[in-house]
Design a protein around this ligand. Structure first.
Ligand code: IMP
Length: 434
């Protein structure tokens, strides 16, 4: 008897490839540059989560481009997709599109995408204020309230934004509730009338109509057809709503697993899951930061690395590289490789420290504790490295000073993941492949 034929678990074609670019720390690792570099070979670049709380700066031939929502592949003229897991502020995306007119790219927005409405921004600001000392330090872009509405099933989706009558109906239902909450809970107001919102947002809907497309279907089909798909992460692993430093996190999942739920594709192997690792650590907003550096040294790294938020301009908190954090990040994401960014920012320091373990209650640990109260009590244990200065015109990894190579190789050995890309400056050409 012939063997029973079972359906293939992974109905992927062998021809194409998929790449995920994931922030391994607290965001701002330099994902934009890596996506931009690798997007050259991609057919599709897909954003699968987060919103305009993210900010990428890409430098091409000395010119800076700032994105919050557009996948970075826009500059390369790629097909850019905004998948269901994204929280989309149409005011912001319209502005971005208007700045990108010189590039010929395609844009597809999934009908299921949640729309950030004016009350989300107001609720973000008022609830942060009400939290007092326990405030999260959000970007104020309405992300939390928008995702909360998704879970509450009071959100407005992209498909409703672009259909006048449906938008009207949804506004009639949701606006009065939000107005009451703002007034009763936060003693605040809506600042904008329902009629004004309808006028502005129905016009935005009209503008965006042309971009509607089922991203879940498009990506699934593209993968089957052997196309090259890149999944562009936003934020970083420790801002993940479950596995980050809750409650000091964002409201989505920046981790690799959410590619499948955020896009709406079956679980399948992704050939390259690239963890973007900044050569030191930064974080914006509140929350524990074990290897944080305060004082002059922290200030000088902040200045050298231009560590001020792309979205809010806030100074970022700075710390040494933390291998405990990265080990957990590797476990959560399953990186197949890493890209080490901003190594040049450490230039000129006499000594560089790397946190290799934490001490908690007299014990040494090398994975992040799950409880934030434990994390607050962790003390970093450091290994010291000799400083280095990377020459401006370095063209190959082998040309890096020996001390810089020792630093890189120590990290990959400790994490047991190869570092395939080393970035030594913001420009595309300041990239060393291994
Ligand atoms: P929210 O995402 O605006 O709600 O902010 C929640 C936390 O995530 C705050 O600490 C923000 O500073 C942080 N955050 C959100 N997006 C980013 C990002 O793209 N880079 C770095 N931090 C971010």
């Amino acid at each position: 008897m012939p063997a029973k034929q079972f359906p293939k678990a992974f109905s992927r074609s062998e021809k194409g490839f998929s790449i995920a670019v994931i922030g391994s720390q607290y965001g701002d690792e330099g994902k934009g540059k890596v996506v931009d570099l690798l997007a050259e070979k991609a057919d599709l670049v897909v954003r699968f989560g987060g919103g305009n709380n993210a900010g990428h700066t890409v430098v091409v031939k000395g010119k800076k481009y700032k994105f919050h929502l557009m996948p970075s592949g826009a500059i390369q003229g790629k097909k850019c997709c905004i998948a269901a897991g994204v929280a989309l502020d149409p005011r912001v995306l319209k502005q971005e599109l208007e700045q990108l007119t010189e590039f010929k790219f395609a844009l597809v927005i999934d009908p299921r995408v949640q729309i950030i409405m004016p009350w989300h921004n107001l609720l973000d600001a008022t609830s942060e204020q009400a939290k007092g000392k326990q405030k999260i330090g959000t970007t104020g872009r309405g992300i939390g309230p928008c995702y909360a509405d998704r879970a509450d099933r009071t959100g407005i989706r992209f498909v409703e934004l672009i259909e006048r009558e449906r938008l009207k109906e949804r506004l009639e239902a949701v606006f009065p509730i939000k107005e009451k909450i703002l007034k009763a809970v936060y003693n605040s107001g809506m600042e904008i009338s329902k009629e004004q919102i309808f006028k502005e947002y129905s016009a935005l809907g009209e503008y965006f109509k042309q971009y509607l497309g089922d991203v879940s279907l498009l990506v699934s089909d593209s993968l089957k057809q052997g196309k090259n798909v890149m999944f562009e992460g936003a934020q970083g692993t420790f801002l993940d709503i479950d596995f980050g430093t809750y409650p000091y996190v964002t409201s989505s999942h920046p981790t690799a697993g959410s590619i499948f739920t955020g896009v709406g594709i079956g679980v399948m192997p992704i050939e390259r899951v690239i963890g973007i690792v900044k050569a030191y650590t930064t974080r914006v907003g509140s929350g524990p930061f074990v290897a944080e550096l305060e004082g002059k040294l922290g200030d000088s790294i902040r200045e050298a690395g231009a560590e001020f938020g792309t979205t809010t301009g806030r100074p970022r908190r700075v710390g040494w590289l933390d291998l405990v954090l990265l080990r957990t990040s590797q476990r959560l994401n399953g990186f197949t490789e890493m890209a080490l960014t901003k190594l040049d920012v450490l230039n000129g320091l006499d000594e560089i420290s790397v946190c290799t373990e934490y001490e908690l209650g007299g014990k040494r640990i090398n994975e992040r504790p799950a409880d934030i109260e434990d994390l607050k009590n962790c003390r970093p244990l450091f290994k010291k490295f000799k400083g280095f200065s990377i020459p401006k015109d370095v063209k190959a990894y082998s040309e890096l000073p020996e001390e810089a190579r020792q630093y890189v190789e120590f990290i990959e050995k400790e994490l047991n993941v190869p570092i395939k890309i080393v970035s030594v400056g913001p420009d595309r050409k300041e990239t060393l492949f291994r």
